[in-house]
Write a protein that binds this ligand. Sequence first.
Ligand code: SAM
Length: 274
Amino acid sequence: MLPSLRETVDYYGLMANRALGQNFLLDSNITDKIIRLSLGRQNIADFNNYNIIEVGPGPGGLTRSILANNPHSLSVIEMDERCIKIMEDLRNETNCPMKIINGDALTYNLPEISASPRQIISNLPYNVSVPLLLKWLLQAKEYSAMTLMFQKEVADRIMAPTHCKDYGRVSIIAQLTCKVEKLMDLNPECFTPAPKIWSSVLLFRPLENAISAEDIAKIEKITALAFGQRRKMLRQSLKMLPDIASKLEQLNISATSRPEELTPQQFYALAQLF
Ligand code: SAM
């Protein structure tokens, strides 16, 4: 029988390490709710048909809620080796095939770890959440779904619509590759230790016409220039790009627009001309 999550944390003396972005979810009502909302929005009863990858399982609260929903297999990648023994204890108690990796998720190509159809679930370490997301969006179609927790401010940027102050590079790439939906907001008291900020859980599902990694690279070049000087008009911020005035005109985009006025699809169309 598994000890409670708090007993596990006490037994292993698992003090949260700030450098690893550790804010733990120790309340199973919350972790169960995250999984329930994700399953509900995907319209599936459990994870029976999916291989799940969890990044940063920590003491294993979310991991326990995933395992309770019958995944075909579970792979976990955790940088903190103190948590590996905890994962081994979980593996001893479950019938689900579990792969445990002690390493940096940024250095792994997840499709090599886990077979398709696969889903990623993570309460992301906040210090690497955007680099991890951008890496996975480059290969969005490899994942049936991603259920990911971010700082609320980052989630707001991801979901921001055109004309919004939070709209930018990450919103454009996310919205050109995935349908993104908010599942819930969590207040700081849900975590141990409590961070200063709220968090949000988002569900990403790949669009059928998700753009390719090559197109993402082209768009990244343009958005870096445009949002690097987001107050400036496009004719100024993009002036280094060859024939930019005629290309904007060809797409019926005013050269006096500012970057937040262009939809993700307009950035995509512009990138196609280079
Ligand atoms: N899933 C646990 C929970 O919800 O209580 C812990 C979440 S905590 C916000 C993030 C976890 O990611 C920590 O356990 C941390 O050690 C781990 N982590 C940090 N950077 C990582 C990286 N680059 N690769 C894999 N795991 C990482």
